[in-house]
Design a protein. Sequence first.
Length: 237
Amino acid sequence: MESISSMVIFNDHHYLLANKPPAIPVQEDQSGDVSLHRMLQAYCKHDLYLIHRIDRPVSGAVLFAKTTEAQQSLVKQIESGDFKKTYLAIVPKSEIVSEGTMEDFLVHDTRHHKSRIAEKDAHAGKKAVLDYKIIESLDRYQLMEINTRSGRFHQIRSQLAARGIPIFGDVKYGARRGNPDRSIGLHAWKIAWLHHSQKTKLTFRANVPQDGLWSKFATLQESIKPTFKDYNESGEA
């Protein structure tokens, strides 16, 4: 596993942003494995407030707050929609239109720890909306850029699977085979929020994994540089 310091994207007195490798839990779970939360607290020697999560097999940007003021600011931004996340997903090549919106009602199946579409009774589920754009295609797979308008449990995974394009390696949602490291082809790529102290919008990109199918997409190799920062002095992306 890579060093903890190499995961850190941004770190100041108020926030810590990290690029989580796949297969590491964001917070403690039943496995007993060391979580990203615990590792980063040990790294920065500071209590961290967990603001949002990404699934264990997913890689990418996870933001923590160091102070109650930062925590409260982020909670308000999440509620208002000012906290932004953009994902990348690798899915099987299909005839789906190149850009569009997916809207469903999702039911959280706690017994099987997954989400499913409420097909018969929409009122039984919670509304889930995402916008997507196909940004590159290979012979068998395509790369999607995804922005969610809601934060439902396993939203992206279930909504894509319901349309016959399960995320690469996501056997829980219908992929033909898994990956040896139990990762899936979903990455929290961009994240943006307002720094409550600096009153500046910060936008960062988290590099995708450098192995497997990710390395096959020319778009990613051209656009993602070794540096993680992706904003100018005005704070705009």
